[in-house]
Design a protein around this ligand. Sequence first.
Ligand code: NAG
Ligand code: NAG
Ligand code: NAG
Ligand code: NAG
Ligand code: NAG
Ligand code: NAG
Length: 400
Amino acid sequence: MFFIGAKLFLAGALLGLSAAAHPLETEGESCEAPHRAKAVYFLTNEDLNSVVSIPINLDGTLSGGLTTPTGGNGSSTVNATGGPNGPDALGSQSALTVLENLLFAVNPGSNTLSMMKISEADPTVLTLLGEPAPLPGQFPVTVAASNKNSLVCVGTTGAIAGISCASYTSQGLGEMSPLISFNLNQTSPPSGPLNGVAQTFFSEDETRLFTTVKGDPASNNTGFVSVLPIENFYVYSGAHDIRSSPNGTAVLFGSTVIPGTSTIFSADPSFGAAILQLNPFTDEVSLVSKQIIAGQQATCWAAYSKERQSVFVTDGAVNRLVELSAVDTQIVSIVKLTNGDPGLIDLKVSGRYIYALSPGNGTNPAAVTVVDSFIGRQIQHFLVDGLGASKSSQGMALLE
Ligand SMILES: *[C@@H]1O[C@H](CO)[C@@H](O)[C@H](O)[C@H]1NC(C)=O
Ligand SMILES: *[C@@H]1O[C@H](CO)[C@@H](O)[C@H](O)[C@H]1NC(C)=O
Ligand SMILES: *[C@@H]1O[C@H](CO)[C@@H](O)[C@H](O)[C@H]1NC(C)=O
Ligand SMILES: *[C@@H]1O[C@H](CO)[C@@H](O)[C@H](O)[C@H]1NC(C)=O
Ligand SMILES: *[C@@H]1O[C@H](CO)[C@@H](O)[C@H](O)[C@H]1NC(C)=O
Ligand SMILES: *[C@@H]1O[C@H](CO)[C@@H](O)[C@H](O)[C@H]1NC(C)=O
């Protein structure tokens, strides 16, 4: 079952090549109307886990919305006294992801991955494709999908932690591969937010899967970036990844690839943010640039803006967006928010608009803040408690 994936992979690669060989088609695309995102998505991550989908209006604002069960259970990491954490219940970026008309979502409480189809007629309407797939690890918190490889990969951070991938078709998910293990000595549910998988994501050319793993400075446990060449994944059983702990980083968290470069931009709540460089020959990752963000408390999420060629980061405990250079991490701007949210977690950028989730804190309700990055101001504070969101909500995805 699993090796069927390799054939799909080759077929996908060939399709990719033939599509790229028709420059006229690409030109055709650029003549279309200015492109606009259609909807945003995040997970309630409640016991009955659900996806909240909200349409985006022409002016970038949100309205309405739907809540659709994933068929699995949400869960939360636990604090020092065993209580559920929240906001930032999962300690991760990308708890769900959208690729074309498909949505993939983790179910931390049932150790499964859900795959859903997004309706062409209405991007808020989701249909589950098959049953949620059982994972070889425990407590999934992050998911990435690759079109070129027809592959979806999940990071788990419980007592059985690591990365596992499955091929998929328009009908549903294949079988998950054996786990590439991380020795985190965690529990299920894990204690958080330190010492755990933060995010899994593909390189721009989709030849590698990156996974950031947070360390715990207090227990002398250094975090790392795992680089898994997708080629290895297919060639060797028990594929191996390459792990590096870039000098000066400790709690590598939410990250984004910087298009057109071999660098990635990572938030690190132990100081701020860093740019890391991949060595394409050794697959090791090293520090290029580091920015200490004054007054930061939990800089954990990052998203690249194509329009501004910069990166926006959020802080779970400070209600603002900080924009940094994608070249040298210099601070470009700070958008301070006064909507009463305690802070922001996962975010996405589409064109000039930024969509950032605040799960609230149990008293303050959950909301999505929409910021226009061209004027550096909030244009909407959209409450989502009525859609089933709460302090355990996590993730942010976008359909363009
Ligand atoms: C999953 O959620 C459903 C609905 O809330 C609940 O009935 C079930 O007990 C949950 N399962 C687990 C393993 O928590
Ligand atoms: C852990 O979480 C519980 C429930 O949210 C809370 O009452 C408790 O104060 C928290 N403990 C610590 C050490 O933060
Ligand atoms: C693993 O964690 C347990 C507590 O959960 C601790 O007692 C033990 O020393 C840890 N082992 C290692 C190798 O760190
Ligand atoms: C932390 O790790 C370093 C390198 O492994 C070691 O030299 C040092 O003694 C350790 N410190 C503690 C407090 O365990
Ligand atoms: C790590 O950084 C420190 C100071 O930030 C520097 O002194 C040291 O040489 C660096 N080590 C490596 C291997 O680059
Ligand atoms: C939630 O956040 C608001 C605004 O920051 C604050 O006033 C309130 O005390 C917080 N509540 C809890 C339970 O932390």
